[in-house]
Design a protein around this ligand. Structure first.
Ligand code: NAI
Ligand code: PYR
Ligand code: MG
Length: 604
């Protein structure tokens, strides 16, 4: 079988220069000829040196001229730029899908070049392989489908998963992203088409955390769909049946988790884009049994908390002032409730008060308005955050967003509702009355059209002095007076890669609240004071590998502190425990996979 460590020794050598001349270690390959050209992991296209063409039976299968990696890289970017030029003026969706296609074709053909292009240009390509374009790809998946990527387990596979898991060709898997397609971004139930999300998230894992792409596995758990349009679509590729519910549903997820654990006991499973009820239920069910976390609940919470603490700093106030910040949360689903829970824990920790006392500053709104204890059929997951009518003078059960904002005058208005434009002009103008010197508006829903407001509307209506963050990227806003409104991207992509990598390198078999809190605290303290006072709460996506190294190290050290670190590869728990903070960051950085062509050596 394949050898997996081929790039590790070369990592350091290559990082220092864009195209190093240092020779990386060899890679053993067990195939020859056209089979190599058709394997995107080994394929170098026209980059195979002549000696390698001879050794591997490739002579005559390629045009004679050898093209360097650097030339291939430039050639790809040139064709990408021509595509941009040729599609000028066409509808945005058409252009985005064309860009996704060209990247996807490279991904299918030559992984080394694909990931190199992605890593070097992450800010430009993240919106294509991740939000917002990945949403469009999921919506059009059945039509775009050319070849499978990842694994598909369906309700029809019940009883077979333990053997099916061995159909995956790689011997080792470190990172799995799993979805059931029931809540894809803010786009709802997309059934099997949601596979685009695990694929996109794992691309971010490779780019940001340097997880070896041979050790990743995107997974779709197809338990049916309740999306009538898809059920009636003749091209739909998933099971044509309503979603399984109750014990039937859970037995499928159980079987999958057992199968993964049996083959790869240390693989980390990231649950992604499950509808809220199953997101919460599966997290409680598995978090003490398997190495897993829910990104929408836990990753988002950490990123949002870092942003909320940033807004306190941006007001020039000490972090201890977080306890006095009034926060209106719009959206009581997996993401919104996850954020509330973590933020309330932070207030309790900072102030030393009980969690129930810490709740007083938070107001929760869902599709039926302000959530209070007077609500009929109050969702049990939201119940702990429901307001007692006695404590909300002048507001009643079901009050609208604008009513709550006008009355509370919050420091922060945070949207995780999935409803585009819900922070309308009236709501944004009401934020002008905020008690904060720098009111903050977080429109965190994805993709772009589902954002609660646009950046332009936020600055126009709420004022140029606000702090703004969105889940999908927007351009900074030019006020035309020499000033610019900075747009932050508040997206869990700043945390999940570090959570995964830190856990992997620690060798922990669980992901604890302590490890997640360490990740959030690390991100919260990442930005320098001079940036934060200008409303820059998160680093540029361009520095995502640096952020991930820090976050990964924080997670690893938390695992060591909790005595959960069993070590990874040759590095045992004692060595991990003896590393200083700086050494841990360097260790994490050093273990990031980096794409370069290695000499291929054939072995039978
Ligand atoms: N920026 C980021 O990193 C992340 C963003 N998200 C985004 O957050 C959104 C929500 O995700 P989940 O919580 O998992 O979804 P969900 O479906 O579990 O929850 C949505 C919530 O919004 C509420 N809601 C719906 N319509 C509303 C309205 N008109 N007014 C007020 N509230 C309304 C619902 O009652 C529900 O409580 C999605 O768009 C998702 O893409 C999710 C995770 C991370
Ligand atoms: C970013 C993300 O995880 C979501 O929108 O669901
Ligand atoms: Mg998600």
């Amino acid at each position: 079988m394949w050898k997996f460590a081929r790039f590790v020794s070369a990592t350091k050598l290559v990082r220092s220069r864009r195209f190093s001349t240092a020779i990386p270690g060899p890679c053993i390959v067990h195939k020859r000829g056209a089979d190599i050209l058709h394997d995107p992991w080994f394929n170098k296209d026209t980059g195979f040196p002549l000696t390698e063409r001879d050794r591997l039976g490739l002579r005559g299968l390629l045009p004679p001229r050898v093209i360097s990696f650097e030339q291939q890289y430039d050639r790809f970017l040139d064709s990408y730029r021509s595509l941009e030029k040729n599609t000028l003026g066409q509808p945005e969706n058409v252009v985005s899908l064309a860009k996704w296609r060209i990247l996807n074709r490279l991904h299918d053909r030559n992984e080394t070049l694909y990931y190199r292009v992605l890593i070097d240009n992450i800010k430009e390509f993240a919106p294509i392989i991740y939000t917002p374009t990945v949403g469009l790809v999921c919506q059009n998946y059945s039509g775009l489908f050319r070849r499978p990527r990842g694994m598909y387990f369906s309700a029809k596979d019940k009883g077979e998963m333990m053997s099916m898991i061995y159909n995956w060709p790689a011997q080792e898997v470190d990172m799995i992203v799993l979805t059931d397609g029931s809540r894809i971004l803010g786009l709802g139930d997309l059934g099997v088409q949601g596979i685009g999300i695990p694929i996109g998230k794992l691309d971010v894992y490779v780019a940001a955390a340097g997880i070896n792409p041979q050790r990743i596995l995107p997974v779709m758990l197809d338990v049916g769909t309740n999306n009538q349009k898809l059920l009636g679509d003749r091209l739909y590729l998933g099971l044509r049946q309503p979603r399984l519910e109750g014990e039937e549903y859970l037995s499928i997820v159980d079987e999958f988790m057992e199968a993964v654990h049996a083959r790869w006991p240390k693989a980390i499973v990231q649950f992604e884009d499950f509808q809220a009820k199953w997101a919460f239920e599966t997290l409680e069910r598995y978090k003490k049994r398997f190495c897993m976390f829910n990104d929408d609940i836990q990753g988002t919470a950490g990123v949002a908390l870092a942003g909320l603490l940033g807004t306190v700093r941006s007001q020039g106030r000490p972090l201890s002032d977080f306890v006095n910040q009034k926060i209106v949360m719009v959206g009581a689903g997996s993401a919104g409730l996850g954020v509330l829970k973590m933020a309330i824990q932070a207030v309790a920790k900072i102030s030393g008060c009980s969690e129930s006392a810490a709740k007083s500053q938070f107001f929760l709104i869902d599709k039926n308005g302000l959530v209070t204890t007077e609500r009929n059929n109050l969702d049990p997951d939201a119940a702990p955050f429901a307001k007692n009518p006695r404590d909300i003078d002048g507001l009643t059960e079901g009050a609208s967003i604008v009513e709550v904002v006008k009355k509370v005058k919050p420091h922060v208005l945070l949207g995780l509702s999935g409803v585009g434009g819900i922070f309308n002009e009236e709501v944004l103008k009401a934020m002008r009355e905020s008690v904060s010197t720098k009111p903050a508006i977080f429109a965190m829903s994805n993709p772009t059209l589902n954002a609660e407001c646009t950046a332009i509307d936020a600055f126009n209506h709420a004022g140029e002095h606000i702090v703004f963050a969105s889940g999908s990227p927007f351009e900074n806003v030019d006020f035309g007076n020499g000033n610019v409104g900075h747009v932050n991207q508040a997206n869990n992509m700043y945390l999940f890669p570090g959570i995964g990598l830190g856990t992997l390198l620690s060798g922990s078999r669980l992901i604890t609240d302590g490890m997640l809190q360490a990740a959030a605290e690390c991100l919260a303290s990442y930005m320098a004071e001079e940036d934060v006072v200008q409303g820059i709460l998160y680093p540029s996506v361009n520095s995502i590998r640096d952020v991930t190294a820090e976050v990964g190290a924080a997670v690893l050290r938390a695992a060591v502190k909790e005595d959960l670190a069993e070590g990874h590869g040759d590095v045992g728990p004692r060595e991990l425990a003896n590393m200083s903070k700086e050494e841990t960051v360097e260790y994490v950085r050093h273990n990031m996979w980096f794409p370069v062509y290695s000499p291929l050596v054939h072995e039978k």
